[in-house]
Design a protein around this ligand. Sequence first.
Ligand SMILES: Cc1cc2nc3c(=O)[nH]c(=O)nc-3n(C[C@H](O)[C@H](O)[C@H](O)COP(=O)(O)O)c2cc1C
Ligand code: SF4
Length: 452
Amino acid sequence: MTSGYPGFEPVLTTRIPLQESERKIVWYDEYVRTGGYEQLKKAIKMAPDEITKLVTDSGLRGRGGAGFSCGQKWSFIPKEKKGLHYLAVNGDESEPGTFKDRYLIDYDPHQTLEGCAICSIATQVDVIYLFIRGEYHRQIKVLEKAVHEAYEKNIFGKNSVIGRPLECYVHKGAGAYICGEETGLLEALEGKRGWPRIKPPFPAIAGAFGRPTVINNVETLCCVPWILERGAEWFKSMGTKSSPGPKLYGMSGHVNHPGVYEAPLGITLQESIDMSGGMKGGRHKGSICGGISMGVLGPNELDIKLDFDDVRFRGGCLGLGTAGMIVMNDKTDMVSALRNCVRFYSHESCGQCTPCREGSHWMRKILDRIVDGGGRQKDLDMLLELEKTQGIMPGTTICGLADGTAWVTRTFINKYYDEFSARVQPDGVKTVKLTINAGRSNVLTPMGSNTR
Ligand SMILES: Cc1cc2nc3c(=O)[nH]c(=O)nc-3n(C[C@H](O)[C@H](O)[C@H](O)COP(=O)(O)O)c2cc1C
Ligand code: SF4
């Protein structure tokens, strides 16, 4: 059980001990011994619509970042079957600060597989692709062995217990962040460059190989067997009204005990820090919530609830994202922290959309200049102007990667404006050090209006 949250009985990590030394991989026999695959047996006797309704009623929202209703997504898959249906499981997990899916696969891989099999009944899926981040070498091996076991036990295969053939493949990503975006993932799955697709059509209608496809995050699917076992009302008894259920929080940065913790959705930022052993090395200065795409919660926002709404409406971030929290103490240089984030986006932009490709590049260059001591006051205005041009929210780009660039920039500069302001010089500076080659070499350059 991996919960440090007082009074909370873990759900998704029931089979994963809190103490690292006690953790072991739960293979098929142990999974079945502890109640595993019982919910699949139950699902086999249910009508597909009945399963989808139960999941919809539970209020389960996707744990991959967007927080979309899982049951609703399943209901978009056409009922009338005209060919193959696919399930693409998103285990790409490249969002900085996020490492929860790795944990679930690391120790309890059959939980994900049971969720997949139940989803396959509900949405008439024929083939499951487990898309996993290429750098997850250990987890790939674990998953491959678990899939092999599941084939041996006829969970998958021509004679699957679901009553029709159900195939399952582990597909390794090649290490690009953009392949975590659901349509970039589909392109990669089809053997192409991971370029996100313009939507519509949405994957539920034309996904992998042009066929109806469900795309769900690992943690989302892990919730499904529990909903079947204990019901929608039980699921809603945890968390908040709009964000029910348990959640894995990936706690990293300046906390005493970094790691993955399970708690209900909607605990406060302060509680999440307490759960992971409290602040390390100083007072709380800020916390990136949900991976860097979501933005940062400031020093006075420790009471913000970590659910899909409070983080957004009161905390001013894009959302809860993956609940991968990077906690920062008062010794953290927020200007450099933002520069790191923007450098990541400019590196990972797939380049299809001009605002994302060019904007993130210019934002990185401006931040390099500020970090190197040559920033001007108006650079801050320029960054805030540029971020407004980024993303599917203003409707200028194909995917949400650019929103990540926008929100992290917006929240960092607005919440730490004085710190940024203190790092720039009054306008009219004649020369400036510019960083080129990702910060490895500096050159002195005459500065004029051409730097805009
Ligand atoms: C740039 C980008 C990267 C993403 N990376 C991931 C990822 O690594 N894992 C994931 O589950 N979702 C990721 N997402 C979200 C997916 O597009 C999609 O919403 C999610 O997989 C759907 O599953 P869910 O509804 O179960 O959350 C990413 C989105 C964007 C825009
Ligand atoms: S927003 Fe950026 S990453 Fe997404 S499709 Fe456009 S260029 Fe590629």
